[in-house]
Design a protein. Structure first.
Length: 640
């Protein structure tokens, strides 16, 4: 009875509001009499509903994505989102389905980074969305502009116990810059445009738009599914029909009216002229400046080649981190890779170009109190991270990193600045080369357990990598060693999780990278622990003809954790894995190539890498399982 009264009240209220010109009881009586009719209903006419149209909300989603240059959408299918996927396919947007929802967001993240644009994932409601949370948080901390599209229970069944109906917005609000729930079909276009704009403006990050299933399917299907009774006879059912017709008419009203789908302008923070001039004043006085470049420097609008030229012309020795690895090529004269801590203590000016004073810089404690420090970052909280506690900034600029570096170079050129002292660059170069030589020597040592030296394996990989290779880092100790040894060949050719330190990014990152660059070899550097998260994505590589190659450093251990746990607590509980695990067979079972490299094949390591390398340019994915031993190369590295 209560539901009946609610339905009656809403229906009457709607009629009063929208049918004010119908002032006779006869007119109202006629409307109720026509509620069961399948012809164009008066309520549909008032709300401008095209009942005969076969259009659906998925078409609007696809049109917006197409207008924003989206070429790939990553998904794992679900009935809630089928209209989006079908419409994207019709629009020529490639639909790439995966074996786990978390992979969809990791893949979209890789696309966003490599294209300097938006990456898109679509997953079904409930567990489909909750499965993405780790990847969305990773994208938030890595400042990647991701658009996540999620299905949801029908509007009328919200909070009524429908399949997979949970409070999804509450889960994603803390992770996303923008969240919205579509309530009317005509809201799809403006909401998506705002979401994409938000994802790329200011500090980039993920956004989430929720689509109740009844906003995506055609009108006639929704009308049938919501319980509309076409042959209603009782007054009770007619009143319920009246409410349902009001609801669906409002939901589909004006849905197919022409709307603008093109991108909204993106807001990019800029430095003040006074700040730029003050920074130039500090630079011209410095003798030993040092540049620390982080991932944020690779964001648009500055193109990677322009940024590389800028950094080389500045002439300031630099350390590259995150997505900026490879910016100066394989052997850039100004790029230092070793002994950063000592260099920071000796520098008289440090520019934190998108680099944050978090755990990676010991919260700022590695900076010398005698150094001037200029910090540049789009994000206010990251810019000020631990300032005044462990380090003291000389200047803080909340602005786009790449743009500031370009502007500083232009102003320094106008002042005829000749760059830092030559002996400063020379001393850092000599020290760096000496450390590299020591690492190479260490790579020739034979591990006590008789397996292959991981450093030697990585050096051999570095020797055979094609210059256009894209490297995906997913692991702990093995990948940590690779960061010192394997050299990215150019800008945007290195992908790692970022500040969140997430394991399991490999499968999705490689999928996204190969979609963006189908003609470039994509290599995953896996630890044997981390490969377990996304090994099944080899099925995705094979189905979509995306030949990715992975190298698994198999030491039968979560070594990053074991380095601290075993000496400290004298226990290896939960850190041991299986040396005889046939990861290559799992990949081969999905249709890939799976070589295994045991200790007796040490002389063939480079040859095996060369043999699988051409597979990255054909339609055959590959996984190389390399049995490696233990070393003390990264002893003392952090695990928490």
């Amino acid at each position: 009875m209560l539901l009946l009264l609610i339905a009656f009240s809403v229906a009457v209220g709607a009629l009063v509001a929208y049918l004010i010109d119908l002032d006779s009881m006869a007119s109202l009586t006629k409307i109720f009499r026509d509620l069961s009719s399948r012809k164009q209903h008066p309520m549909s006419s008032i709300f401008q509903v095209e009942e005969e149209s076969k259009n659906h909300g998925g078409l609007l989603v696809a049109q917006v994505l197409k207008a924003h240059g989206v070429e790939h959408i990553f998904t794992l299918c679900g009935g809630h989102i089928s209209p989006i996927l079908v419409a994207c396919e019709a629009q020529g947007i490639r639909v790439v389905d995966t074996r786990h929802e978390v992979t969809t967001v990791f893949a979209a993240d890789a696309v966003a980074r490599l294209k300097q644009s938006i990456g898109v994932a679509a997953v079904t409601a409930g567990p489909g969305l909750t499965n993405t949370i780790t990847a969305v948080k990773n994208a938030q901390m890595a400042e990647s502009p991701i658009l996540l599209l999620g299905g949801a229970a029908p509007t009328l069944l919200k909070n009524r116990g429908a399949l997979q109906d949970i409070e999804q917005l509450a889960l994603f609000r803390p992770l996303c810059k923008f969240t919205a729930r579509i309530k009317r079909v005509k809201d799809i276009v403006p909401t998506l445009r705002k979401a994409i704009q938000a994802a790329q403006s200011g500090t980039p990050g993920p956004v989430f738009v929720e689509f109740p299933v009844d906003t995506l399917y055609p009108w006639d299907i929704v009308a049938r599914e919501i319980g509309f009774a076409p042959n209603a006879r009782s007054m009770r059912q007619k009143m319920v029909n009246g409410y349902l017709m009001w609801h669906i008419s409002r939901q589909f009203g004006g849905a197919w009216n022409e709307q603008t789908v093109t991108p909204l302008p993106v807001d990019i923070p800029k430095a003040k002229v006074s700040q730029l001039e003050a920074a130039v004043d500090l630079l011209v006085k410095a003798k030993r400046p040092l540049l620390l470049i982080g991932s944020q420097a690779m964001l648009p609008p500055t193109k990677p080649d322009k940024l590389r030229e800028t950094v080389e012309n500045l002439g300031i020795p630099c350390y590259l981190g995150g997505m900026s690895r490879g910016l100066l090529g394989k052997k850039g004269r100004l790029q230092m890779r070793q002994d950063r801590k000592t260099a920071l203590k000796e520098a008289d000016l440090v520019i934190l170009a998108g680099t944050i004073c978090d755990f990676r810089l010991s919260y700022g404690r590695v900076l010398s109190h005698k150094s001037k420090v200029i910090a540049i970052n789009r994000n206010h909280s990251q810019l000020h991270k631990n300032a005044g506690i462990f380090w003291t900034p000389t200047m803080l600029m909340q602005a786009d990193v790449g743009s500031v570096l370009v502007q500083l170079r232009e102003r320094l050129k106008a002042r005829d600045w000749s760059g830092p002292a030559e002996d400063w660059v020379k001393s850092l170069r000599e020290r760096d080369d000496a450390k590299e030589a020591a690492n190479l020597k260490k790579g020739l040592e034979k591990p006590a357990d008789g397996n292959l030296n991981p450093l030697n394996v990585l050096y051999k990989l570095d020797q055979v990598l094609p210059d256009d290779s894209i490297l995906v880092a997913d692991g702990g100790d093995f990948v940590g060693s690779a960061a010192y040894i394997v050299r990215p060949r150019g800008p945007l050719q290195w992908l790692d999780p970022g500040a969140f330190g997430t394991l399991g990014v490999g499968g999705g990152f490689a999928l996204g990278a190969k979609c963006v660059h189908p003609d470039k070899p994509v290599w995953i550097i896996y630890g044997d622990g981390s490969c377990g998260y996304s090994l099944m994505e080899y099925d995705s590589y094979v189905r979509h003809k995306l030949p990715v190659v992975a190298v698994v450093g198999n030491d039968a251990c979560w070594s990053q954790i074991a380095r601290e746990q075993i000496p400290m607590f004298k226990s290896s509980v939960a850190v041991d894995l299986n040396l005889s695990a046939r990861y290559e067979d799992a990949a081969a079972a999905c249709g890939a190539v799976g070589p295994r490299v045991p200790m007796q094949d040490e002389e063939r390591v480079a040859d095996i890498f060369t043999e699988v390398s051409p597979a990255t340019r054909t339609c055959k994915a590959a996984l190389v399982n390399v049995l490696i031993g233990k070393t003390d190369f990264r002893e003392g590295s952090i695990s928490v």
